[in-house]
Design a protein around this ligand. Structure first.
Ligand code: BEZ
Length: 220
């Protein structure tokens, strides 16, 4: 059974490009994004890791640690990081600083249900399944708050991942949810658990569109 929203992110010990880590210890009290890659020296992943390096300040501003995982060893990872910086640096300075887990024996990929035997488009040279392109957002209590699985053919959209982090962090602080295509600064939805009486004090500027759909600006 795969990981579900609300599960505790499983703990593990691993070799990474930043040294050996115990995952829960490494997480500390931070938010985190764990994202997996089919394999080192693959084209789509090379562009993705460069983008994550470029967006490091955006993750840091939100108190989010990032960590990648790929089913290769540390030697490959270190060589690949040079390629990523070299290629990514053609577009903007790229310096991969976040750790990448070396999951050569795929133990962590199995623990996080990152292998999909049904996906024929995601196989290595021997026909074995690569790690699929997954993302986990983990909160400071180590609870899984988002899971995403992308096909091998399609690079992820890190704007979307940051958008979800913004939504989750805001929803943890205020009794709100966020509507379709919401972006930081847009109006939000008053949580259904907030009574109309409470809404008058909590969100004085709110608008009632339907009895079950109330929106409000939110000063950040
Ligand atoms: C890629 O990251 O480019 C990739 C990886 C596995 C299969 C297809 C593409």
């Amino acid at each position: 059974m795969g990981l579900r929203l609300g599960d505790t992110a499983p703990d593990f010990e691993a070799q990474t490009t930043g040294g050996t880590i115990k995952f829960h210890e490494w997480l500390g009290n931070s938010w985190a994004v764990l994202f997996s890659h089919p394999g080192d020296f693959t084209p789509v992943c090379t562009t993705e890791l460069g983008e994550v390096a470029r967006r490091a300040p955006d993750f840091e501003a939100r108190g989010v640690k990032v960590i990648g995982i790929s089913a290769n060893g540390l030697d490959d990872h270190h060589k690949w990081v040079q390629d990523i910086n070299d290629y990514g640096g053609k577009f903007a300075p790229t310096d991969v600083q976040f750790p990448i887990i070396a999951d050569e024996d795929r133990q962590i990929s199995v623990l996080y249900d990152m292998l999909d035997y049904q996906d024929a488009t995601n196989r290595d040279g021997k026909g074995l399944p690569f790690t699929i392109r997954t993302v986990f957002i983990i909160d400071p209590k180590k609870t899984v708050r988002l899971t995403l699985a992308y096909p091998a053919s399609t690079g992820r959209n890190f704007d979307e991942i940051i958008r979800v982090i913004d939504s989750l962090q805001l929803g943890d602080k205020h009794r709100i949810t966020t509507p379709v295509n919401w972006k930081k600064g847009d109006d939000v939805i008053v949580h259904p658990s907030v009574s109309n009486e409470e809404a008058k004090t909590l969100f004085p500027e709110h608008t009632v569109h339907k009895p079950y759909l109330r929106t409000t600006p939110l000063k950040l």
